[in-house]
Design a protein around this ligand. Structure first.
Ligand SMILES: *Cc1c(COP(=O)(O)O)cnc(C)c1O
Length: 483
C-alpha cells in the first residue's frame, strides 16, 4: 500500500469554500505563523477517504473478525453504550466544576451516575462498597493490596507475604510485590486447581492474604473456595478476588458470598468498554464492610436532600490512587450497559459465555490435548503438545495459521503451567455459526499439521505483514520508511 505522500499530486484538492469576504480577527500572532505552507500531501477528497478506510482495514478488529483472545477478550460492547458515552453532557463535564452551583445542573448527573454505578457493582459482587478510581485491572489489584496493607497496619498485624496460585495472571504477583509483600506461589493440583492442602501448609500468622481468580486461568471454578476462605480468615488474612473476567459467574454467584473480602472488575473486559492499545481502562475495586474506611478518597455520597457530593472525610483512607474519579467515560458505558441488559441480562451473559466455551472445548477435544477432563467456565485451554511432539507444529504456528483463516489468534503460552497452551474465550456474543467456523478452522489446521507441517511454519501468508521475528520486532524496532 502506498503512503499518502506517494499518492500526492501537486494542485489536487477537494472542493474549497470561497474566500471570506467579511473581516476576520487575527487569532494567531503574525510572528507565530508559518512563512510558507506546510508540505502536506495534496489529494482529492475521495482519495483521502479511501486511503484512511484502507488503512483501517489492515487492522484486525472485533467489528470485522472473530476474536477469541482468552482472558483479555472484549466481551459484549453494545454500540448503544458508545452513544451514551458520547452525549455532550458526559463528554464535556470537568472534574473541577462546582458540585452544586446552578442547582447542580452541571455535575449532579455525573455524580449520580458514579454513585449508582458503585451501588450496582456492589450488588453484582456482594461487596459493601466500590471505588471507581483504579484505571486498569492491575491498578485495581495494587489498590487492593494497598487496602490489605492498610487493614493490617490498622490492626497491628505483622504480615509478610501474599499467597497466589501458580496459574494466576502475571499481574497478581507483581501487584503483591509492589505493595511490599513477598509472594508464596502454590502449585496447581492434577485437576488444575489451587491445591487446598498445599495452601493450608503455606498459611500462617504472617499471611496477609490470598489472591485468587475463580474461575482460574484454566477456566475452572474452585469448589473448595469457601473452605479456603475460612482457613485464610482464621489467621486474619484477606481474600482478594481477581474479577477481570466476571462473565463466567455474572448473575449466578457473588464473590462476597464465596468468602472474598475484596475484588476488582475490569470494566474494559466484562462491562462494555472496548479496549486496545493499552487503554482506556477501568478496574474498580469493591470491599466488604470492614475494609470500607480504607477506600481511596474522594467518595461520592448522597446527602439527605437527595443531592450528591464528594466526601473527603476518611481518616483511615489510603488516599488518592488516581487523579479525580477514574476513567469516567468507561464508567458511563458500564452504567448504560447495566441498565440496558438488567438483572436477567447479566445472567444470560454468563449462561452463554460458559456454554460457548464448553461447546468449543467439546468439539476440539478429539484433536488437541486438554489439561483436564473437566468442563470449563467462560474459556477453555487446549494444548498443541501432541502436534509439537509428532509434527513439530507449535501453538504459535497454529495461532498464525488462524490469522490466514480470518480469525484472531487465541492467547498462547498462557497459562504458563500448560505446555504449548492456547487459551480460547469465545465470549457470550458469538453465534453458533461463528463458533462452528472457528472449530472447522482448528480442525483443518490440526489435519494440516499431519499432512503439511511446513506450510504452518511460514503462516501467515495472507496478512499485510507476514511472520515476524518477534524478539527483533520488539527489541530492534525499525520504524524508518524506505521506499
Ligand atoms: C486482564 C487481566 C488482568 C489485568 O488487567 P489490566 O487492565 O490489563 O491491567 C488481571 N487479571 C486477569 C485474570 C486478567 O484477565
Amino acid at each position: 500500500m502506498k503512503l499518502i505522500f506517494e499518492r500526492s499530486v501537486r494542485g489536487r484538492r477537494a472542493a474549497r469554500a470561497p474566500k471570506w469576504t467579511v473581516p476576520t480577527h487575527e487569532l494567531i500572532a503574525q510572528n507565530l505563523l508559518r512563512k510558507k505552507p506546510a508540505e502536506l500531501p495534496e489529494l482529492p477528497e475521495m482519495e483521502v477517504v479511501r486511503h484512511f478506510t484502507e488503512l483501517s482495514r489492515l487492522n484486525f478488529s472485533v467489528d470485522t473478525h472473530f476474536y477469541p483472545l482468552g482472558s483479555c477478550t472484549m466481551k459484549y460492547n453494545p454500540k448503544a453504550c458508545e452513544a451514551m458515552a458520547n452525549l455532550r453532557g458526559f463528554l464535556d463535564v470537568h472534574p473541577l466544576w462546582p458540585q452544586l452551583r446552578h442547582g447542580g445542573l452541571l455535575t449532579q448527573g455525573a455524580l449520580q451516575l458514579t454513585y449508582e454505578t458503585e451501588r450496582m457493582l456492589s450488588e453484582i459482587t456482594g461487596m459493601a462498597e466500590f471505588t471507581l478510581q483504579p484505571l486498569a485491572g492491575a491498578h485495581g489489584e495494587l489498590t487492593g493490596v494497598m487496602l490489605m496493607a492498610a487493614y493490617h497496619r490498622d490492626r497491628k498485624n505483622k504480615k509478610t507475604h501474599v499467597i497466589i496460585p501458580d496459574s494466576a495472571h502475571g499481574t497478581n504477583p507483581a501487584s503483591a510485590a509492589l505493595g511490599g509483600y513477598g509472594v508464596v506461589a502454590i502449585p496447581s493440583n492434577k485437576d488444575g486447581l489451587m491445591d487446598a492442602d498445599a495452601l493450608a501448609a503455606a498459611l500462617n500468622e504472617e499471611t496477609a492474604g490470598v489472591m485468587l481468580t475463580s474461575p482460574n486461568t484454566l477456566g475452572l471454578f474452585n469448589p473448595r473456595i469457601r473452605e479456603i476462605a475460612e482457613a485464610v480468615h482464621t489467621v486474619d488474612g484477606l481474600m482478594y478476588y481477581d474479577g477481570a473476567n466476571l462473565n463466567a459467574i455474572l448473575g449466578r454467584c457473588k464473590p462476597g458470598e464465596l468468602g472474598f473480602d475484596m475484588c476488582h472488575l475490569n470494566l474494559h473486559k466484562t462491562f462494555a468498554s472496548p479496549h486496545g492499545g493499552g487503554g482506556p481502562g477501568s478496574g474498580p475495586v469493591g470491599v466488604v464492610e470492614r475494609l470500607r474506611p480504607f477506600l481511596p478518597i474522594s467518595r461520592v455520597v448522597k446527602t439527605k436532600d437527595g443531592t450528591f457530593s464528594l466526601d473527603y472525610d476518611a481518616p483511615k483512607t489510603i488516599g488518592y490512587i488516581a487523579p479525580f474519579y477514574g476513567n469516567f467515560g468507561v464508567v458511563v458505558r458500564t452504567y448504560a450497559y447495566l441498565l440496558l441488559i438488567g438483572r436477567e441480562g447479566l445472567r444470560e451473559v454468563s449462561n452463554h459465555a460458559v456454554l460457548n466455551a464448553n461447546y468449543v472445548l467439546a468439539k476440539l477435544r478429539p484433536y488437541f490435548a486438554t489439561p483436564t477432563k473437566d468442563r470449563c467456565m467462560h474459556e477453555c485451554v487446549l494444548s498443541a503438545k501432541k502436534q509439537q511432539k509428532e509434527h513439530g507444529v507449535r501453538a504459535l504456528d497454529i495461532a498464525k495459521a488462524l490469522l490466514d483463516r480470518g480469525i484472531h489468534a487465541p492467547t498462547v503460552y498462557f497459562p504458563l503451567i500448560v505446555p504449548e497452551s492456547m487459551m480460547i474465550e469465545p465470549t457470550e456474543t458469538e453465534t453458533r455459526e461463528t463458533l462452528d467456523g472457528f472449530v472447522q478452522a482448528m480442525i483443518e489446521i490440526a489435519n494440516q499439521a499431519e499432512t503439511d507441517p511446513d506450510a504452518l511454519h511460514v503462516a501467515p501468508t495472507t496478512t499485510p505483514v507476514g511472520r515476524l521475528d518477534e524478539v527483533a520486532a520488539a527489541k530492534q524496532m525499525d520504524l524508518a520508511y524506505s521506499g
